[in-house]
Design a protein around this ligand. Structure first.
Ligand code: ADP
Length: 492
């Protein structure tokens, strides 16, 4: 079709008819090509998408039916009219079966031809239009299918659970993560699902889908799916708007907050532990001051001094505890900037012993440290490693007996530099050892009574060791002594 003009092919061996028809049709505004035999008709018909082809049934070289077949194979939408002087019912049937639109008996009058052509052209336009619509629909369907798979792929690969429930409480869509977090094996699609879902979630969804009008409000619920906080989820439910400003359904996004809940519990426990540990010395100091201030008690100046002394040492302990807590929090928050460099453990241990010289001498303890001439270096922050050995060696002094011994040994074990800090002190039983590295843990017995401490030293030691992917072990026997063995990776 050319600017709305029909393009026509006339295939006829009769010269007069061929040229006469061409002239007639051109005067009517059609664009016309002619072929004087079947061969030429096939060539033209196969290389141009004609709107209409008028084909003579009987030609010396080729049968009109053959021409028709060839044209139809190349351009199925070319409307073919068979022209024949031998029009019979059978030929008409045969031609139509093979794809001819109609036939016209020869000779025909201009009016007969023109009215046939008009109908044929209308048919052609309708066919082309429906072809176009069909193609468009197919493309749209393909596009939709592609969009759907893409959406499914995206939804299925989301880590969070996604669940869409329609206004009737039926499952419209969900992903594998939703099943996992709801601890369900399946959620039948397009089936009522609110009785399968955890009741808290079902209630929230109901609250949304039962609303008359759409409101942009989301609801969040935390649900313990498996007992003992084994699986805790947070489900955020929001309404899906319908074009008529009502609600089409509810969208639920589910995330696993089990770890979060566990950490929260530990944090709460830690805070209450800290509060408790801080309260004891504060209460004691308040008690002493109250006694000193209470004139009715008539305490002697010596007694007053003793209470002040006790308050002083309680407050000192409190300050130490606060400093230890600050250290722990800095390590946890990683706010302390670490200066990682190669360190010589021999040097660090020597200077730690020197630093604790006063306490060592006070208790007349003998320290034995014979480091090897060469020892591999480690890579760490100097102040942290000094803190680690200060804590261990000061414990070895504190929990040692008078005139006891501290033996410090260095050795290499595979990729680790190993330091052993052994004392000949009070030691500890297997049971007492169990929580040794927990915050505020202090062994309470006859032997430890009166030894000051915060119960934070070893938990700091453990944190430091773990910062460097090392490990710590303890061998201990009551009344014989303890050996703390620290493994720190050698710097390569
Ligand atoms: P602190 O010494 O301030 O109480 P730590 O965290 O350093 O806290 O130690 C925790 C507990 O472990 C101590 O209260 C003590 O009972 C026990 N402990 C630590 N080191 C030794 C040791 N070398 N010998 C015996 N017991 C020890």
């Amino acid at each position: 079709m050319n600017n709305g003009k029909a393009k026509i092919l006339i295939v006829d061996d009769e010269r007069g008819l061929r040229l006469g028809t061409k002239r007639l049709l051109e005067s009517e505004g059609y664009e016309v090509d002619t072929a004087e035999n079947g061969e030429e008709g096939i060539r033209l018909g196969k290389s141009n998408d004609y709107d209409i082809a008028i084909i003579d049934l009987k030609m010396p070289d080729k049968d009109g039916i053959e021409v028709l077949q060839n044209i139809k194979t190349a351009f199925p939408n070319t409307v073919c009219i068979i022209a024949t002087a031998y029009a019979s019912y059978e030929t008409a049937i045969q031609a139509t079966k093979l794809g001819a639109y109609s036939y016209i008996p020869k000779p025909f009058t201009p009016d007969e031809l023109l009215s046939q052509l008009k109908r044929a052209f209308e048919h052609r336009i309708l066919t082309l239009e429906s072809e176009r619509l069909k193609k468009e629909r197919e493309e749209r369907l393909l596009e939709l299918a592609y969009e759907k798979t893409r959406l499914n792929t995206v939804i299925n690969s989301i880590v969070d659970g996604v669940l869409i429930v329609n206004k009737n409480g039926e499952t419209a869509l969900f992903n594998p993560a939703a099943l996992k977090y709801l601890n369900l094996n399946d959620l039948p699609l397009e089936k009522y699902c609110l009785d399968i879902l955890p009741s808290e979630l079902a209630e929230t969804i109901k609250k949304i889908i039962e609303k008359e009008k759409y409101e942009q409000t989301a609801y969040s619920t935390q649900i313990e799916i498996k007992p003992n906080k084994e699986l805790v989820i947070e489900a955020v439910c929001s309404p899906i708007p319908h074009p008529n400003s009502q609600i089409a359904g509810a969208a639920v996004v589910i995330s696993d907050i089990t770890e979060h809940k566990k950490i929260e519990a530990i944090k709460n426990q830690f805070v209450s532990m800290v509060a408790h540990e801080l309260k004891t010395p504060i209460a004691a100091v308040l008690g002493y001051i109250k006694i000193i201030l209470d004139k009715s008690l008539n305490i002697t100046p010596e007694q007053a001094e003793s209470y002040l002394q006790r308050s002083y040492s309680r407050l000192q302990g409190l300050l130490e505890m606060v400093n230890d807590l600050l250290d722990i929090s800095r390590m946890e928050l990683k706010t302390k900037q670490l200066e990682i460099k190669e360190l010589d453990l021999v040097e660090i241990i020597k200077s730690t012993i020197e630093f604790l010289e006063f306490e060592i001498e006070k208790k007349k303890i003998k320290t034995i440290f014979n480091p090897p001439a060469e020892f591999p270096k480690i890579k760490a922050d100097q102040s942290q490693i000094s803190r680690l050995f200060t804590n261990l060696i000061s414990n070895a002094i504190k929990y040692n007996k008078e005139e006891g011994e501290i033996r410090i040994r260095l050795r290499v074990d595979g990729k680790y530099a190993v330091v052993e800090v052994e004392d000949t002190g009070i030691g500890m039983s297997e049971k007492e050892k169990a929580n040794l590295f927990s915050e505020f843990y202090r062994i309470k017995n006859e032997k430890t009574r009166g030894i000051p401490g915060t119960g934070l030293g070893l938990s700091i030691v453990k944190r430091i060791v773990e910062t460097y992917s090392g490990k710590i072990e303890v061998v201990s026997e009551p009344n014989k002594g303890s050996n703390f063995i620290v493994y720190l990776p050698i710097s390569r």
